[in-house]
Ligand binder design. Sequence first.
Ligand code: SF4
Length: 209
Amino acid sequence: MYSIKEIYYTIQGEGVHTGQAAIFLRFSGCNLWSGLEKDREGAICKFCDTNFWGTDGTNGGKYTAEELVKKCFSLWPSDSNSRPFIVCTGGEPLLQMDSDLIKALKVKNFFIAIETNGTLSPPHGIDWICVSPKASTEIKITTGDELKLVYPQKENSPDQFINMDFQFFSLQPLDDHQHEENIKKTIEYVMEHPKWNLSLQTHKYLGID
Ligand code: SF4
């Protein structure tokens, strides 16, 4: 069974697929933080802004692979001529994603994208791998489609990643109490290093999930 925090239909708000309609499948659990505020200080990843704990969100629960794909597919518009697009996220989706789930998603012709912290190896068959590296971790996925880095981070500089084998490099302002300042710094960095693209979390500006 897969533990799912929530599943919903929305618009991808950040990165290369910004603006694209997508099913968001949020897995419960992460290997870099428990998800509980009391553990944040001691967590490996400290700036998480996502609630991935438990299974109590919209359409959350425990699912078999077939049940999960059925639920996800039911949220895709039935009169659409487009290929269903799913973003598997978390938490850390690779704690739970396996070949059974990939196979079941392929039966429904899903384009499968994942957003991962890159510390775990993926199963075969994923169509779009977006790695978002976190400080003090060992990146296992050094090749993929998009590398999306939150900026600035004391321990992670963009230079460390720019020679990795990714098609796109996205730089996203850290959303903390210095957000405005971080946006300015990110714009400056991208303009000086044009291999990076500015990624804004447009869903936050638009007030959508
Ligand atoms: S790796 Fe991602 S999901 Fe896990 S704690 Fe960090 S930001 Fe949150």
